[in-house]
Design a protein. Sequence first.
Lengths: 245, 360
Amino acid sequence: MKRPLQALLLALTGTGLLHTALLTDTYLRYVKAGLRPALIVSGAVLLLLGLAAAITRDRRHTADDTGHGHDHSGTPRVAWLLFLPALSLLLHPPPALGAYTAARADTKPVAVQKGFAPLPATSPLPLTLTDFTKRVQQDRGRAVEHRTVRLTGFVTPAGGGDGWYLTRIVFSCCAADSQTVKVRVYGSGAPPADTWLEVTGTWHPHGTLGTRTAEAALDARGVRPVAPPVNAYTDDLPLRPSQEG
Amino acid sequence: MDKADELVGVTEGVAAVPHPDPPVRRIRPWPPGARPRPWPPGAVPRPWPLGAALTVAAVLLLVGTPWLNHPAVQAWRTVCLAITVQALPFLLLGTALSGAINAFVPADLFTRVLPKRPALAVPVAGVAGAVLPGCECASVPVASSLIRRGVTPAAAFAFLLSAPAINPVVLTATAVAFPGDPAMVAARLLASLATAAVMGWLWLWLGKETWLRPLPRHRHSGHRHGHSRRTEFRLGFQHDFLHAGGFLVVGAMAAATFDVTVPGSVLDAFSGSPWLSVLFLAVLAVLLAVCSEADAFVAASLTGFSPTARLAFLVVGPMVDLKLIALQAGTFGRAFAWRFSTATTVVAVTASVLISGALL
């Protein structure tokens, strides 16, 4: 790889990182939010390195020619591959993982919780998919019985049988370690895959509530399309972009 | 990822527009045989990569869009990009450290600090791995610069293996992922240290320098006539980063391909048998290439598997995985990478089984 191209590659990779982490929040599609400072610093360092390489090129050439003509200009061809993530970040960033991945993943096992606090009286009650699953399968007090809850997630078509899945994909470091949380929804026609929805409804009675036999499922009363939350890769209650006006 | 997407949708891409390059060539970044000496003196890069890259980019921008948006291709691109983006800061840190060792640390420092006898230097270097925070991508360039600085390869390899597994960040993540189970953290620490030390000693016993690609000691090592140390640092940094970064992308592509093509339900088939499940999770750790800071959470989610199998996943993962094999092949040569990775996997699985028998 020639030296001007190396400079270009460094600068492009740096710009790509800065674009994804500093100027936009597309980095949240790929890695956890905590990595943002590291990405910004890396992007800045790479960009500066690229600029430095471009500026000092001419001087270096004369130094090369006098003695060590073979050194750093011989970057192996595999470095070309770095253009792919750089250009991809800049020109055509792929979307966050969605229904395709969720449909092929097993449901993330829900941690065992010992005690359950009483549920707030709000109705409909906003719950995360994980909390809803815990209440259905582990809460012996059956607090969720007859309660109207509101869950947020995206649509994943179910392979067979009735209904579809309301889904969240969570990861702890990057999208490569993603896990899926699913709640089956009955009583409403399946919207297109990957649509973000807010579903209001009650527990779909199947199995014994408060035990493992209970299905994490919802009889939908109302289904409302929503904008994808900022924190799409978590199973938290949705954070919305602030409303204008 | 644009060019790489061509690999997944190769049939569509080729059918849509006849391409000057046979698709297979884009899988190999170089023709076979050209690889063992990636930077021969005075090598002039052949013109095809630029032409190919521009053609592929143009083709993708003009006609590639429909299949580029196929859900499977998008998931592949997302995972691939996620692994690359996640690893870049750590790779940069490792390269910076490696560059700093080359440019600023006196050549004899490590030989003075480490015990003279290689057999003693190995465990010391293994324990020293605890000071390099971060995940495994950082350790390969650092180990390479240690060897260039005269550290015996066996000790450098012990460092390479232990650093990503036993540093405080990773151990804390493990403790968080396995709440109320400190034995798992202790088992991971001990099994990883044992594996690193055994691999170092194994290299002393059986290793041959000829398996290593000759490391260009004189290249950008140390201060050199006519260059300031700063320039020296910057150039070493630039070279190492571009080099390792390319291999990182290769590894990320391989791991993403596995991630997207193999359904999660395969896991269940293996969780029943105690011995198969250990081997299966060890292989899974290699294929998934999850960062060592996150692999404890993945292991915690594999609830159907025995603690021994999950420990094997935690011990093998930071030491051997697709992106590490690619990085090692790039840094030390292919002959080294496959031997070393195979041996490490065997040793790591053995260590996990023994330690979990004692602790878990």
